[in-house]
Design a protein around this ligand. Structure first.
Ligand SMILES: CC(=O)N[C@H]1[C@@H](OP(=O)(O)OP(=O)(O)OC[C@H]2O[C@@H](n3ccc(=O)[nH]c3=O)[C@H](O)[C@@H]2O)O[C@H](CO)[C@@H](O)[C@@H]1O
Ligand SMILES: C=C(OP(=O)(O)O)C(=O)O
Length: 437
């Protein structure tokens, strides 16, 4: 179990370049299974989850070449499908959430797809019904081994396009169904599709490969199946969750930081939501500039004067992955805010650690926390903590960087799942952080 030691209270400054997006890369990497031709992907982040998925693809027989530090080519022309029935596959696939998205492409191209219960953050129930209900609609047969928690879908006679109204706008579920439908016979209509930028990117890439997807960016997709797909080149977007994390870091440590090349057009409601906490976010061409918040930041209220409430929702709503960051930043705001995590059941429990550090938070129930900001009149105190999940981990890291004294964070593998060389990059901004084992 790795550990960070952080001496808090330093003001940071400088520029930071966001990494490629974890959650887009996981979708795009699975899509390489849809063709026997070569696919080149750039801006691939060097993070644990992505590296695990690349290893899984290699074990499945995909020919992977590293062309540059962030660029790979993939060729899925000679796959070993027996691997899907091996013990090694169960270990590999259960190590991350993104592995679930190999099922759609394998089912579409080879008529079968298997997966153990995928890993990822333990942040409440994470059911897979949307994925499998979609495959069943396309004509697949589904089975589930409860003992081994192993899922399987088969369609020896191929898939057939259908209309489907998803029960939930599931992100990975939508990606999986799209990747199954692109090679189905006939037209698939997906209503209540998730439509976040990473899914838009997946559709753009698939269309580049010869797929016929209409409605990209909306929640109504029409996919006319094609017989086969070709190779292509694709570049992954900057990671909007990382960008939001740096905004939070800058505000909470009262640092002047410029986040470079953020793709403003793809950030949706994220900047506006941080502004609701009173954080100044300046647009400088395609960069975000955060000035040092020497006088703090003040939570806005609604038009009728009622208390600010920030909650998550499927895109274009506010992403649940940034609520933990927003919550930690609110602990030093002027004013109070209710954070309502609607989508996940167990993502707010990390507030106990912030309370230990001196933050004023009332955990109302598993989904809601009221934060009463200190307005920097009282600094958080350093402590020892364990990172429970990727975003809570980064939130605790931000808290530690702003706190008085030296904090220790264990289980930093959770952070390494999604943040590339975070300690090195933070040190470049002036942070005092060491990886101690
Ligand atoms: C690898 C990957 O890409 N992971 C992301 C993906 O996970 P993932 O695709 O697993 O998440 P889903 O979109 O399926 O669901 C997320 C949660 O929201 C609930 N839900 C979802 C849709 C809906 O309309 N109503 C609703 O309540 C689900 O029950 C679940 O509890 O999307 C999540 C939601 O943005 C992000 O937190 C994860 O980082
Ligand atoms: C919840 C997340 O990841 P995963 O779905 O991979 O667990 C996340 O990226 O915040």
């Amino acid at each position: 179990m790795g550990t960070f030691q952080i001496e808090g209270g330093q003001q940071l400054s400088g520029e930071i370049e966001p990494q490629g997006a974890k959650n887009e890369a996981l979708q795009i990497l699975c899509a390489v299974l849809l063709t026997s031709e070569e696919i080149t992907i750039s801006n691939v982040p060097d993070i644990l989850d992505v590296n695990k998925l690349i290893q899984l693809l290699k074990n499945l027989g995909v020919k992977v070449k590293k062309l540059k530090s962030d660029t790979y080519s993939f060729k899925s022309d000679e796959l070993d499908l027996n691997y899907l029935e091996s013990e090694q596959f169960k270990i590999d696939a259960s190590g991350l959430r993104g592995s679930i998205m190999i099922v759609g492409p394998l089912l579409a191209r080879f008529g079968k797809g298997y997966i153990p219960r995928p890993g990822g953050d333990k942040i409440g129930r994470r059911r897979l019904d949307t994925h499998f209900e979609g495959f069943i609609k396309l004509g697949a047969e589904f089975r589930y081994n409860k003992e081994e928690r192993f899922y399987g879908v088969e369609a020896p006679n191929g898939l057939k396009g259908e209309f489907m109204l998803l029960e939930e706008a599931s992100v990975t579920g939508t990606a999986n169904i799209i990747m199954a439908a692109v090679l189905a016979d006939g037209t698939t209509i997906i209503y209540n599709a998730a439509c976040e930028p990473y899914l838009q990117q997946l559709c753009v890439m698939l269309n580049e490969m010869g797929a016929k997807i209409n409605g990209v960016g909306s929640n109504l997709l029409s996919i006319e199946g094609v017989k086969e797909l070709q190779g292509c080149k694709h570049r992954v977007l900057p990671d909007m969750i990382e960008i939001g994390s740096w905004i939070g870091l800058a505000a909470m440590t009262r640092s002047e930081i410029t986040i470079k090349n953020v793709r403003w057009d793809m950030l949706g409601i994220i900047p506006t939501t941080f502004r609701k906490l009173g954080i100044t976010i300046e647009r400088r061409e395609d960069d975000i500039h955060i000035p040092a918040h020497t006088n703090g930041y003040e939570v806005q209220s609604f038009i009728d004067g009622s208390i600010m409430n920030i909650s998550d929702a499927p895109w274009p709503g506010f992403t649940p992955d940034l609520l933990s960051i927003l919550l930690v930043v609110a602990t030093q705001a002027r004013g109070s805010v209710l954070i309502h995590q609607k989508m996940f059941e167990s993502r707010l429990f990390f507030v106990d650690k912030l309370i230990d550090m001196g933050a004023k938070i009332i955990l109302c129930d598993p989904h809601r926390a009221t934060v009463i900001g200190h307005d920097f009149k009282s600094q958080l105190k350093a402590t020892t903590m364990t990172s429970p999940d990727i975003r809570a981990g980064v939130s605790l890291l931000i808290a530690a960087l702003s706190a008085k004294g030296t904090s220790t964070i264990h289980n930093i593998e959770q952070i390494d799942r999604g943040y590339e060389n975070i300690d090195t990059r933070l040190r470049a901004l002036g942070a005092h952080i060491e990886r101690i084992d």
